[in-house]
Ligand binder design. Structure first.
Ligand code: FE
Length: 229
């Protein structure tokens, strides 16, 4: 069996949000899909460990913000690699509340959808929430972010709790131009690419990054990076 076949499946990239009482939370998900048209019904698959899963189990509602291609890694890092149990995911994020009171992202978002859960399917590590659409709005025109674009062009990474996570290979030795991976979020620093968004030119070895350089995805310091093959 060649599990690489799974990599040929295409996905989008979304922020799934929920509330529980006064508390708001959200997380990045690539598994959002419309499953029927009349009535419009959508489904999402979320890891059982995630706080958003817990909130949806309790409130039976969720919202989806459809990210635009321009969405920055920092936004994806905020919702994808931090836990709502430790940080306020919405700190510093532009958002509004839907008619049902669920948060949706207003920057770098093409549309939002809101659903009332009518079925929860136990899928082992994940729950699939199936819900009827109760609100939806197009916020602006643009191209949606795809999972492939996030990985290939934006050099994004996958958290361990995602359905599509694959363990990276590690190595101990290596040349000066080795790649380094963030042990918090999995972001891979490739010297050949540098980090132009933070003023780091192509060809800069990891060792020559400034001491105050931080992971462009999760914001962790250089000290948590590990050399990889
Ligand atoms: Fe990181």
């Amino acid at each position: 069996m060649d599990t690489k076949a799974l990599h040929t499946i295409s996905y989008g990239l979304y922020v799934v949000t929920a509330k529980n009482g006064d508390r708001l939370n959200g997380q990045i998900a690539n598994t959002v899909f419309q499953i029927s048209a009349a009535p419009p019904t959508i489904a999402i698959s979320l890891n059982k460990q995630n706080l958003t899963n817990e909130f949806i189990q309790a409130s039976k509602q969720f919202a989806v913000s459809v990210l635009a291609k321009e969405a920055p890694l920092s936004l994806i890092g905020q919702f994808g690699f931090k836990s709502g149990r430790e940080v306020d995911k919405f700190a510093g994020i532009a958002y509004k509340l839907s008619p049902a009171g669920l948060p949706y992202i207003t920057d770098n978002t093409l549309a939002y959808l809101e659903a009332e859960v009518n079925q929860v399917v136990d899928a082992g590590t994940h729950n699939i929430f199936i819900g009827s659409l109760i609100n939806a709005e197009v916020l602006r025109q643009g191209e949606p972010m795809t999972y492939a674009y996030y990985h290939q062009v934006k050099r994004g990474t996958t958290p361990k709790t995602a359905p599509t996570f694959i363990e990276p290979a590690k190595t101990t030795g290596g040349s000066k131009a080795a790649k380094y991976q963030c042990s918090i979020c999995g972001y891979l620093y490739d010297p050949a690419e540098g980090n132009p968004n933070k003023g780091i030119p192509q060809g800069t070895p990891f060792e020559e990054l400034p001491d105050d350089w931080t992971c462009p995805v999760c914001g962790a310091g250089k000290d948590v990076f590990e050399k990889v093959d």
